[in-house]
Design a protein around this ligand. Structure first.
Ligand code: UD1
Ligand code: MG
Length: 453
């Protein structure tokens, strides 16, 4: 029988150094709240429960981690106090993994190693540690001759000797759940900060004759966010990881450093992405899609063999069909484009359904908004919508139609019809010289001077 694993995710800290109205763990990394990365990593371990400790008034954090359970720690009195707050929400016994909400680079593999190491050693506590390039801000792991931690000492409580230790606490710990309530009972806020420290549980476990072990992980996974500068550093590290994963999966990036992905971006095989492209959340890209430079894509599905950009904006609710082409300065929003549709230049295709193989000419606008309601434009299959046409929704343009250039289409167009909706051209033969003379005289007229640009 495997032990029940429950996870406590600590996220009640104030995050003062962010200078933000938003709780720290809701700041986004790769398009999603940073806490969601941690939830994803621990979920991979298939725990029976995940309990998130949140601060007072931080209901938005609860929504971001749903369906995980939440408990409110009010006021926050330290990491040990946070775990005490979560204890009643945990199954009795089993094992308990504690992770931090503000360190989103933690991987499932490293976390699994920690849980397994504790189990194999039969230890009361397993600490995920790392060798810090700059140990200054971290709790030091003070180990015995066997390399097992005797206690963790926070930087501000260190003796000069302890201060020199470079093996530090990542904050991620695994516990024998059967022992945890008794250990938590022993915590006292007798430290420089007057807080209940989760880290003191190591010393208490040793005091009752139980083993503690340390598992070392890569420092890069423990980069935490306390400030906007650190947020940017974590974003960069996360992007590097996502780009590598995409390239390993068969995506070509000419300049990976300028392609920005979301945690949930799904890219098919042989996708090619040119520089300066941003993927917001919720994008799925099929196989062999060519995304040219300077595109912004979010909440969209892009079919196999499509070509997008350069300079395309694809907004949420868009489904781009197989082999469709979305060209420069084309914006697509909440629209379905059928197979082989072409909208190659300067168009707005919003709240629209465009049938297979139809051509949307340069400058075509789906006029979807009248100031009160949003309305849908439907264009059938094999239609040709000429340049600079305005399709005033709600409107339906039938199959195999031809909408002439510059038309303003305000009523439905039947299948196979030609729609002409603009003023007819009126030529005045030989009238240009007289027009030129009139304009020249006006430009020279002193009475018009005050109206000049
Ligand atoms: C903690 C560890 C330290 C470790 C470091 C790693 C303690 C006492 N120290 O220090 O050994 O090297 O993390 O980054 O645990 N939190 C709550 N409630 C609270 C206090 C904190 O939920 O009352 C949460 C925070 O939101 C944060 C995490 O716990 O996600 C860590 O708290 P933080 O204040 O950053 O601890 P550190 O001082 O960094
Ligand atoms: Mg911290």
């Amino acid at each position: 029988m495997p032990l029940t694993l429950s996870v406590v995710l600590l996220a009640a800290g104030a995050g003062k150094r962010m200078n933000s109205d938003l709780p720290k763990v809701l700041h986004r990394v790769a398009g999603v709240p940073m806490v969601a990365h941690v939830v994803a990593a621990v979920r991979a371990l298939k725990p029976s429960a995940v309990v998130v400790v949140i601060g007072a008034g931080h209901e938005a954090v609860g929504r971001a981690v749903a369906p995980c359970a939440t408990v409110t720690q009010d006021p926050p009195k330290g990491t040990g106090h946070a775990l005490m707050t979560a204890l009643p929400a945990l199954p009795v016994g089993g094992e308990v993994l504690v992770v931090l909400g503000d360190a989103p680079l933690l991987s499932a593999d490293t976390t699994r190693r920690l849980v397994e190491a504790r189990r194999e050693a039969g230890a009361a506590v397993a600490v995920l540690g790392f060798r810090a390039a700059d140990p200054a801000p971290y709790g030091r792991l003070v180990c015995d001759a066997a390399g097992e931690p005797m206690k963790i000492v926070e930087a501000r409580d260190c003796t000069p000797e302890q201060f020199k230790i470079d093996l530090v606490n990542s904050g991620v710990m695994a516990f024998d759940g059967a022992l945890l309530p008794a250990l938590l009972d022993r915590l006292r806020p007798t430290n420089a900060q007057g807080e209940y420290y989760i880290t003191d549980l190591v010393e208490h476990a040793r005091a009752v004759g139980r083993r503690c072990v340390v598992v070392e992980g890569p420092e890069a996974e423990f980069l935490g966010v306390n400030s906007r500068v650190e947020l940017a550093a974590v974003e960069a590290a996360m992007q590097a990881r996502l780009r590598r994963r995409a390239m390993d999966g068969g995506v070509t990036m000419i300049d990976p450093s300028s392609v920005w992905l979301s945690a949930d971006t799904v890219l098919g095989r042989d996708v090619r992405i040119e520089p300066h492209t941003v993927f917001g959340p919720g994008v799925r890209v099929g196989n062999r899609v060519d995304i040219k430079a300077f595109c912004h894509i979010e909440g969209a599905e892009i079919g196999d063999d499509a070509v997008v950009g350069p300079y395309a904006r694809v907004r949420p609710g868009s489904r781009i069909g197989r082999a469709a082409h979305i060209g420069n300065f084309v914006e697509v929003k909440n629209a379905t484009l059928g197979e082989g549709v072409k909208a190659n230049h300067l168009a707005y295709v919003g709240d629209a359904d465009i049938g297979a193989r139809s051509n949307i000419g340069a400058g075509v606008i789906c006029v979807n908004y009248d100031g009160f309601g949003k309305w849908r434009t439907v264009v059938g299959a094999d239609a040709f919508v000429g340049s600079n046409a305005a399709l005033v929704a709600p409107v339906r343009v039938g199959d195999r139609t031809n909408v002439t250039a510059g038309s303003v289409i305000t009523s439905d167009v039947a299948d196979d019809a030609v729609a002409f909706g603009r003023a007819r051209q009126d030529d005045k033969p030989g009238a240009a010289p007289a027009m030129r003379a009139k304009l020249k005289a006006r430009a020279a007229d002193p009475a018009m001077k005050h109206r000049k640009a």
